[in-house]
Write a protein that binds this ligand. Structure first.
Ligand SMILES: [Zn+2]
Ligand SMILES: [Zn+2]
Length: 815
C-alpha cells in the first residue's frame, strides 16, 4: 500500500504495519524456528501476565502493563536477542462464570467471543506477540495438561483430599484459598468469609515453605514482591512444648511458642473451643458452661473472631495442666481468640510478656508473673502492662540471670531431654486448597469406586471434558453443579470395570495459570505438555512483568509448581522467573479508575483519535513505570506533537556531516535511553528523546540524516508502527526490528555534552553542577533545586526570580 501523503496519519500507518507484521510473520516463529532459534541463537523469553478476557474488553490497565513489557521485548530484540513474546487468555474461573450468569449467556459461548474481541484490541495496540503460540486455558487441548499436572502431584502424594475447616464464601458459593481472603473478606465479591468443615483437595505447598523462602534471596525480583512473599510464608522459630494434663495419663497438650524463655511465667493455658481435647478433659462441674460457650462460638463468623480489638471472652474447663518448668498445676481455659487454624489450636499463656494474654488474665483474674526483666528492672518490678521486649530471665529457677535469647535455646534443650519439647519452625503458609464447588473450571481427574476406592483417571483418558450443562449456577449446598449430572459423573471404573463416580469439583483457576509459561513454546504440541528440548532452550523466563496483586497468589503458586516439576524430573530448573518486575498502577486525574466513578479511560477512543503509537508513548510518559502515573486528558498532546515532529524531521533530513554539538547530544541521549530502558525507566527516556529532538531542530535548522536515524531506533520500542514506516521511507528493506541495531554510544562524546553550571542563591555561588548542554531554564532550575547545598541556602523560602545564562549559570533569588 502506498501512502498518498507526506503528513503523519497514524491510522493509515498502523493498519499497514499490523497487516504486514501478520502476513510476513515478523513477530512470530514457526515451531521449527522456535526449535532452531532456541538452540543456536540468543534466546530471550519475554513474558507478561496473561489477561482474563472480560466482556468489557481490554482495560487501559492491561494496556499499560503490556506496553511496558512490549517495550522491553522490542528493546531486547534491537539489541540482538531472539525474543519470544507470547500472549494467551486466562479464561476459566469465577469472574467469567459470574458474568455469564449475570448476562444469561453460557460461558462456553461468552468466552470465545471475549477472546476474539481481546485479540482484535491487542493487535490494534501493536504488541509484538507471537500469535502462533497462544494459549487459552479453557480449551481442552490446554486443560488436558492442567489435569495431567494434577495427577503428577497426586501420584507424588502432594495432592491430598482432607476434611478441614475451609474459607467458604456465601457470595460466590464456593471455598476460597487463604490467599483469596483479604481481611476476612472474599477478594472477589467482598462477602464476609465463613468457616466450614468440608472435604477438599489440597496441594501440600507447605512442604516447600523453606525452599520458597530461601530462593527469594537470589532471584532477581522487585523488592516489594519479594517482601510480600516472605511475609506470606511467615517463618517463625520457636519451640513445641507439651503440657501434661493432670489426672489424664498420657494426655498432652501441644503448643507452639516463639517465647520458650517465658515458660516459667506460663500461668494458664487456652484451647480453641473446637480443640478435640475439650470434650475429654472438661470437668463435670464446668461441662454446661463449656457447652454453652462452644455453641455460641460456633455461631460466630471467623472475621469477628479474628478481630483483635474485641472484648475477650472465655470459660474455664475445670481441668489443670502441669507446667513442665515449674511443675505447677495451671488452669486450662477455652477462648474464641485462639483459632484451630493457627499452630496447634492451643496456647500457653504468659501474661507478663504478651499483650493479649495480659488482657485476658486481667479480665478473669488469672495470675500474672514477671519472668523477663528489662535493663534497670528486677524480679520484683511490678508489671503495669505486658512487656514483650528483650531482657534477662528472673523468677525462672536455674535460668535466672540468663539473657532471653540464650534462655530460649537452653530451656528448649532441657525440655527435649525430658521428651516434652523440641525446636520447631512454624510457617504462616497453609496448604493450597485447590478444589472449587463451581462449574467453570477443569474437572479434577479423580474417580471414586466403591470397590477400588479413590483412583486417578488414567492419563490416556485425559482430558476429562467439562460437559456443557445449562444449570451451572452454584448453590449453598457445598457441592458442585456437576454433581447434579449423573449422566456425566457416573462412569466405568478403570480398575474393576464396575461403576465409578467422577470427582465433581473443578480446580482453582490459579492452577491454570501456575504453569502456562511452560506451555507457550509447546502450545502446538498435542503429545506432551511441554517439549523437553524447547523448554531447555527457552526457559526459565528471562523477564516477567506483571502486577503486585499476584505476589502471594499466582507468583507463589507458579514457583511451587515449578519446584515440584523439577523434583519429579520433568524440568531442570526450579525458579520459573529469573527476573520479575512489578509495574505501577495508573489513576485518572488523581482518582482510582472505576466504573462506578465513571472515570474509566476507554483505550479505543484515544487510539482512534491519536493512534496506538501516541497512546503507548503517552502511557509510558505518565510516570516511572514501576510506580504508575496519573492519566490526564490534556497530557496526550505532548507525545502526539513529539511523534508528528519526529515524522517531519525524518522526512526532511538530508545527508551531510553531523554537527559536532548535535553529535555530542546524540551520544548523551543514546546513553540515557540505553540505561533507562534497562531499568524500565521509560518516562525519562521519552523526555530525553524529546529534548534531543529540540536540539536537532533548534532554530529551524535542517536536520542531518545521521542525527535522526539513530533516534528512530530509540523511539521504535515505544512507537513501533511509526518507526517501521519511516525506516522504510529512508530506503531500508525489512522490519526495523530485524534490520536495525540499538545504537552504540561513545562515552567520551556523551560526557562532552555535559557543561558545568554555576548555581547561585541570591548571587552567591552555592554549587557547581554538571548539566546537559542546552538544558532549558526549567531543567536547570530543577537540577539546582535538587542539590542539598542549594536547598540549605534556600531555607525553604519561595523563589521570587530566576536568572538564567544558557550553558553557564542559574541564580535563584529568594527572600
Ligand atoms: Zn465471594
Ligand atoms: Zn473399581
Amino acid at each position: 500500500m502506498n501512502l498518498k501523503t507526506d503528513s503523519y496519519f497514524p491510522a493509515e500507518v498502523e493498519r499497514k504495519w499490523q497487516a504486514r507484521w501478520e502476513e510476513e510473520g515478523v513477530n512470530a516463529y514457526t515451531d521449527e524456528e522456535l526449535r532452531r532459534t532456541g538452540r543456536e541463537g540468543n534466546p530471550f523469553y519475554n513474558l507478561m501476565m496473561f489477561p482474563y478476557p472480560s466482556a468489557e474488553g481490554l482495560h487501559v490497565g492491561n494496556i499499560y502493563a503490556f506496553t511496558g513489557a512490549d517495550i522491553h521485548g522490542r528493546f531486547q530484540r534491537l539489541r540482538g536477542r531472539d525474543v519470544f513474546q507470547p500472549i494467551g487468555f486466562d479464561a476459566f474461573g469465577i469472574h467469567s462464570e459470574n458474568f455469564a450468569l449475570k448476562v444469561g449467556t453460557h460461558p462456553m459461548d461468552l468466552i470465545p467471543r471475549n477472546i476474539e474481541r481481546f485479540t482484535k484490541q491487542l493487535r490494534r495496540v501493536g504488541f509484538m506477540y507471537d500469535w502462533g503460540h497462544s494459549v487459552d486455558t479453557t480449551s481442552p487441548e490446554y486443560y488436558r495438561w492442567t489435569q495431567w499436572l494434577f495427577l503428577q502431584l497426586y501420584r507424588a502424594g502432594l495432592a491430598v483430599k482432607k476434611e478441614a475447616p475451609v474459607n467458604w464464601c456465601p457470595g460466590c458459593n464456593t471455598v476460597l484459598a487463604n490467599e483469596q481472603v483479604i481481611a476476612g473478606e472474599c477478594e472477589r465479591c467482598g462477602s464476609v468469609v465463613e468457616l466450614r468443615n468440608l472435604s477438599q483437595w489440597f496441594f501440600r505447598i507447605t512442604e516447600y515453605a523453606e525452599r520458597l523462602l530461601t530462593n527469594l534471596q537470589w532471584i532477581d525480583w522487585s523488592e516489594t514482591t519479594r517482601r510480600m512473599q516472605e511475609n506470606w510464608i511467615g517463618r517463625s522459630e520457636g519451640a513445641e512444648i507439651s503440657f501434661p494434663v493432670a489426672g489424664h495419663e498420657d494426655t498432652l497438650i501441644r503448643v507452639f511458642t516463639t517465647r520458650p524463655d517465658t515458660l516459667f511465667g506460663a500461668t494458664y493455658m487456652v484451647l480453641a473451643p473446637e480443640h478435640p481435647l475439650v470434650e475429654t478433659i472438661t470437668t463435670e462441674e464446668q461441662r454446661a458452661a463449656v457447652e454453652e460457650y462452644r455453641s455460641a462460638v460456633a455461631a460466630t463468623d471467623l472475621v469477628t473472631r479474628r478481630k483483635t480489638d474485641k472484648q475477650k471472652t472465655g470459660v474455664d474447663t475445670g481441668a489443670r495442666a502441669v507446667n513442665p518448668a515449674t511443675n505447677e498445676e495451671i488452669p486450662i481455659w477455652i477462648a474464641d481468640y485462639v483459632l484451630m487454624e493457627y499452630g496447634t489450636g492451643a496456647i500457653m499463656a504468659g501474661p507478663g510478656h504478651d499483650e493479649r494474654d495480659f488482657e485476658f488474665a486481667t479480665i478473669f483474674g488469672l495470675p500474672i508473673r514477671r519472668v523477663i526483666a528489662a535493663p534497670g528492672e528486677s524480679a520484683d518490678t511490678p508489671l503495669e502492662e505486658a512487656y514483650a521486649g528483650p531482657g534477662t530471665l528472673v523468677n525462672s529457677g536455674e535460668y535466672d540471670g540468663m539473657a532471653w535469647e540464650e534462655a530460649k535455646k537452653a530451656i528448649t534443650e532441657k525440655l527435649e531431654e525430658r521428651g516434652l519439647g523440641a525446636r520447631r519452625v512454624n510457617y504462616r503458609l497453609h496448604d493450597w486448597c485447590i478444589s472449587r464447588q463451581r462449574y467453570w473450571g477443569p474437572p479434577i481427574p479423580i474417580l471414586y469406586c466403591d470397590a477400588c476406592g479413590t483412583l486417578p483417571v488414567p492419563e490416556n483418558q485425559l482430558p476429562v471434558i467439562l460437559p456443557r450443562v445449562e444449570d451451572y449456577k452454584p448453590d449453598a449446598s457445598g457441592v458442585s453443579p456437576l454433581a447434579r449430572h449423573s449422566d456425566w459423573y457416573l462412569t466405568e471404573c478403570p480398575s474393576c470395570g464396575g461403576q465409578a463416580r467422577r470427582e465433581t469439583d473443578v480446580s482453582d483457576t490459579f492452577l491454570d495459570s501456575a504453569w502456562y509459561f511452560l506451555r507457550y513454546p509447546s502450545a502446538n504440541n498435542d503429545q506432551l505438555p511441554f517439549d523437553p528440548e524447547l523448554t531447555r532452550h527457552w526457559l526459565p523466563v528471562d523477564m516477567y512483568i506483571g502486577g503486585n496483586e499476584h505476589a502471594v497468589l499466582h507468583l507463589l503458586y507458579s514457583r511451587f509448581i515449578t519446584m515440584v516439576l523439577k523434583d519429579l524430573g520433568h524440568i531442570d530448573f526450579e525458579e520459573p522467573f529469573e527476573r520479575f518486575r512489578a509495574h505501577g498502577l495508573i489513576v485518572k486525574e488523581g482518582a482510582k479508575m472505576s466504573k462506578s466513578r465513571g472515570n474509566v479511560v476507554v483505550p479505543d477512543e484515544y487510539i482512534e483519535e491519536y493512534g496506538a503509537d501516541t497512546f503507548r508513548t503517552y502511557l509510558m510518559f505518565l510516570g516511572p513505570y514501576q510506580e504508575g502515573g496519573d492519566f490526564r486528558e490534556a497530557g496526550i498532546t505532548g507525545p502526539y506533537n513529539f511523534l508528528n515532529r519526529l515524522w517531519d524531521t525524518v522526512l526532511s533530513a538530508e545527508e551531510r556531516p553531523i554537527d559536532p554539538a548535535v553529535e555530542q547530544k546524540l551520544h548523551a541521549t543514546i546513553q540515557k535511553c540505553t540505561e533507562d530502558l534497562e531499568a524500565l525507566s521509560y518516562n525519562t527516556a521519552i523526555a530525553a528523546m524529546m529534548e534531543y529532538l529540540n536540539v536537532v531542530r533548534a532554530g529551524g535548522r535542517t536536520p542531518e540524516l545521521a542525527a535522526v536515524q539513530p533516534l528512530l531506533v530509540l523511539v521504535a520500542p515505544f512507537a513501533p508502527h511509526l518507526a517501521e514506516e519511516l525506516w522504510e521511507r529512508l530506503g531500508h528493506e525489512g522490519s526495523i526490528f530485524d534490520q536495525a541495531s540499538w545504537p552504540e554510544f561513545d562515552p567520551a562524546l556523551a560526557v562532552a555534552d555535559q557543561v558545568e553550571f554555576v548555581v547561585q542563591v541570591n548571587g552567591k555561588v552555592r554549587a557547581r553542577l554538571p548539566m546537559t548542554r542546552g538544558i532549558t531554564e526549567e531543567g536547570a532550575r530543577e537540577a539546582a533545586l535538587a542539590d542539598p547545598n542549594v536547598q540549605r541556602f534556600l531555607e525553604g523560602k519561595p523563589i521570587r526570580k530566576t536568572v538564567f545564562v544558557p550553558d553557564r549559570l542559574v541564580n535563584l533569588v529568594v527572600g
